[in-house]
Design a protein around this ligand. Structure first.
Ligand SMILES: [Zn+2]
Length: 268
């Protein structure tokens, strides 16, 4: 009996340590930027299921935000109106430009009238960015995922709910490029996406979350006004708009874990 009680206490301590549920929420005045990739069912034995949030889970997450009174904004809106947003402002973002963003995520966003930003890789078809290391180390898992066509991106851009941002021309590892190559990746992707959508592209996401101070400067020179990283957290009241933090939503997170991450920015 005592043994059982001890096991129970230990389990509670471990659970509490993992989730830090007792910590107070970071001020809800500070907007949350959520990072997603795909919204689709998992693939048995696949390496990247963390990047695949199941449609039913995504629906639950957006429904919960709606019910809690969250105010949904695009990244442009987030940056332009920084400091003037109501409490519980959230920017949902998707990296890479997967087809399921239109097929599965968009109907859910429409249902709850929730805005989002999709960071598109211009040359995205058949390209593998499963790792930033050498291509022959890649499994091809992400290359096999269908991507949005240009026409589908236009449909999303015209919907009034979706902002299209850039994720470079080729999902480049910026650390491997010289200044000119880096500038070309950032500027040409911006121009091509602007041509495609007929809208200004001022939001950017660093591929693999890899960037340096040089890349921040180049992003500014290329005309971007805000950029997101993969640094986990919730930004302070006066953020660096070219190095915004995000909250990762994993395909393996329970609703409980998602709520806690939105509250605290990351796991304890
Ligand atoms: Zn990416």
């Amino acid at each position: 009996m005592i043994y059982l009680a001890l096991v129970f206490v230990l389990a509670v301590i471990m659970f509490s340590y993992k989730y830090a549920w007792w910590k107070p929420a970071i001020d809800w005045k500070r907007p949350r930027v959520l990072m997603y990739h795909m919204v689709r069912e998992h693939i048995d034995g696949a390496k990247f299921n963390k990047l695949r949030v199941k449609p039913a889970e995504f629906d639950k997450q957006v429904a919960w935000m709606k019910e809690q009174g969250f105010h949904f904004v695009t990244m442009q809106e987030l940056q332009q109106n920084w400091g003037k947003h109501p409490d519980k402002t959230v920017a949902i973002t998707f990296d890479d430009g997967y087809l399921d963003n239109l097929e599965h995520a968009f109907p859910i966003l429409e249902k709850y009238q929730a805005k989002a930003t999709i960071y598109v890789v211009v040359d995205r078809h058949e390209r593998d960015w499963s790792t930033y290391k050498k291509a022959h180390h890649n499994s091809g898992e992400l290359a096999r995922e269908p991507k949005l066509s240009d026409e589908q991106i236009q449909v999303l851009a015209k919907s009034g709910l979706i902002e299209i941002g850039s994720h470079t021309l080729t999902h480049a590892n910026l650390a491997k490029l010289n200044d000119q190559e880096c500038f070309d990746e950032l500027l040409q992707s911006k121009q091509q996406l602007e041509q495609m959508t007929g809208q200004q592209v001022t939001s950017f996401a660093y591929p693999f979350g890899i960037y340096s101070q040089r890349d921040v400067e180049i992003a500014k020179q290329a005309g971007y006004l805000n950029a997101v990283t993969t640094i986990e957290g919730i930004d302070a009241e006066q953020p660096d708009f070219m190095q915004l933090k995000r909250i990762k939503v994993s395909g393996k997170d329970s609703m409980f874990a998602v709520k806690l991450r939105m509250k605290l920015g990351k796991r304890a």
